[in-house]
Design a protein around this ligand. Structure first.
Ligand code: FAD
Length: 488
């Protein structure tokens, strides 16, 4: 029997444990233990049900096009709970000089693919519109190494596109700084389009021409919120395999193996020290180890074992964010614009980075006629917001909403959630760093790192990273690998 420890009970650790449970079910002779420092599983996946409102503290959905996340929900028994975002409210806005301007139809991130809506839009100046037209003739460019998203977008569409679209979009999604984020890690598809076509607009249109895209709603979620996924996965794990309130505070390789052989790199086992529910500090020994933690926490645990790897992990920066949910009555709801929400460029001088109109995006998450507005704050440019008290943050958000949407009514209810250092930042050079991390990780026996720090920040990326990691760990432990769904 092989024993595997998974440290960290966010969606990455849960997905890893779920795969091991599946493999146990298929007859693999293994046992696993999942350790989570906090009292609850799910990490940043956290949903509150309050007076008929479904309120998300962290993610509210995942990208539909990354279909393996919905497949994973089905495997966890949630097929009947899957929902998509409301196709009638796809429109989103950008705040410009205090007014909400619709993002023109046909925009793919920051790349326009339809002429007329852009020409009619007041979001861009004439010179940017001319720049967009000229982009069509952009010559193919073999990658000259990585660059920031800001520099890439500016080369194609000009500085206004960076400031008004790219920057607020990536601040909303990553809590990131567009001048730091890597085009190759954050938008690899765009880098590939440039290498092949030169023009991003031309690339999008030629792809579209080849295969008429079935217009799916862009976001998929679960009826009762994303925590449903964490709860469903947990319920499917073997009884006694998961341990809340258990912080792993040290790991080391043991001297020799359980048969008493001398220590070698391969023959040793993983000993982990657990602080918490065990009544003090307990030590447990495992054959395999998966760290499903933010990179800086994995770095701290690995310092004494693999300092090179720890150093690379430490180089991955994180940002913090705050989400604020406010519920309003029918009167406010009926005065709000349609659409899924809006983004706020830094130049507008607001605290809010982005806002979702939940009652439009996922209507069944609010009682009929009511409004639920979810605002994002913080990120790379405003880390200090986390130090403010909840009432102070609420006050800032209400003032922003008064100025932007004219809301003066008091909310029926409100919630403030802080996610400290939870968003990994894929800065320029990230891909190279991840390659080095993977190489150094492979030197450690039956070991893997999973989470949002490496190959993608979204929930689907975390699930995929867990699949790959478990494949690697099981292979490292000498198991035959009959599990094609893990190889994706
Ligand atoms: C506000 C917000 C909104 C987001 N919105 C979306 C979205 O809409 N769609 C989308 O796809 N993605 C979204 N994301 C990103 C996505 O949710 C995350 O990248 C993903 O959930 C991270 O999961 P994880 O398991 O890797 O990390 P985490 O959720 O951070 O989990 C790590 C866990 O490890 C535990 N831990 C830490 N140290 C120890 C230790 N020493 N011992 C034991 N346990 C430990 C922590 O308590 C935590 O539970 C959002 C993220 C945030 C913060």
């Amino acid at each position: 029997m092989k024993r595997i420890a998974i440290v960290g009970g966010g969606i990455s650790g849960l997905a890893a444990a779920f795969r091991l449970e599946q493999m146990r079910g298929k007859g693999l002779d293994l046992e696993y233990a999942l350790y989570e420092a906090s009292p609850r599983f799910g990490g940043v996946l956290r949903t509150e049900q309050v007076e008929g409102f479904t309120i998300e503290a962290g993610p509210d959905s995942f990208l539909t096009e990354k279909s393996w996340a919905a497949d994973f929900c089905c495997e966890a028994g949630l097929a009947s709970e899957i929902i998509t975002s409301n196709p009638d409210h796809r429109k989103a806005y950008i705040l410009l000089h205090g007014r909400l301007m619709p993002i023109p139809d046909g925009f793919m991130f920051m790349a326009p693919s339809k002429v007329l809506p852009v020409l009619r839009s007041q979001l861009f100046s004439t010179s940017t519109k001319i720049r967009m037209a000229r982009e069509w003739f952009h010559p193919p460019r073999e990658s000259a190494g990585d660059e920031s998203v800001a520099s890439f977008v500016e080369r194609h569409y000009g500085a206004e596109m960076v400031e008004r679209v790219a920057a607020p979009l990536l601040a909303g999604v990553y809590g990131g700084d567009v001048a730091q984020l890597s085009i190759q890690a954050v938008l690899p598809r765009f880098a590939a389009m440039e290498a092949q076509y030169g023009s991003i607009t031309r690339a999008i249109l030629s792809h579209r021409g080849r295969k008429p895209a079935k217009k799916m709603p862009p976001f998929t979620s679960l009826k009762n919120g994303m925590q449903q996924l964490a709860d469903a996965v947990l319920a499917r794990l073997a009884p006694g395999s998961w341990h809340a309130n258990c912080r792993v505070d040290a790991i080391r390789r043991t001297q020799g193996d359980e048969q008493g052989n001398e220590w070698t790199h391969e023959s040793g086992q993983w000993e982990i020290s657990i602080e918490g529910n065990f009544g003090g500090n307990a030590k447990q020994v495992f054959d395999g180890l998966v760290l499903a933690l933010p990179a800086y926490r994995s770095a701290a645990l690995l310092q004494g074992i693999a300092s090179g790897l720890a150093g690379e992990l430490q180089g991955i920066r994180y940002t913090s964010s705050v989400t604020v949910a406010l519920a309003y009555d029918d009167e406010v709801q009926s005065a709000l614009p349609g659409g899924s929400g809006f983004l706020v460029p830094q130049s507008e001088g607001k605290h809010i980075l982005a806002t979702t109109f939940v009652h439009n995006k996922f209507p069944h998450r609010t009682p009929a006629g009511r409004a639920l507005i979810r605002c994002f704050l913080g990120g790379a440019h405003a880390p200090e917001i986390l130090e403010q008290s909840d009432p102070a943050i609420l006050g800032l958000v209400k003032e922003d909403l008064r100025q932007i949407l004219g809301i003066t009514a008091e909310p029926l209810l409100s919630r403030v959630f802080k996610s400290k250092a939870a968003m990994a930042q894929y800065t320029v050079g990230h891909k190279g760093r991840v390659e080095r991390i993977e190489q150094l990780s492979r030197e450690l026996p039956a070991f893997a790192l999973v989470g949002n720090a490496y190959q993608g920040i979204g929930i689907p990326d975390c699930i995929l990273s867990a699949n790959r990691a478990m494949w690697h760990v099981l292979e490292g432990l000498g198991f035959p690998m009959p599990i094609p769904e893990m190889r994706r």
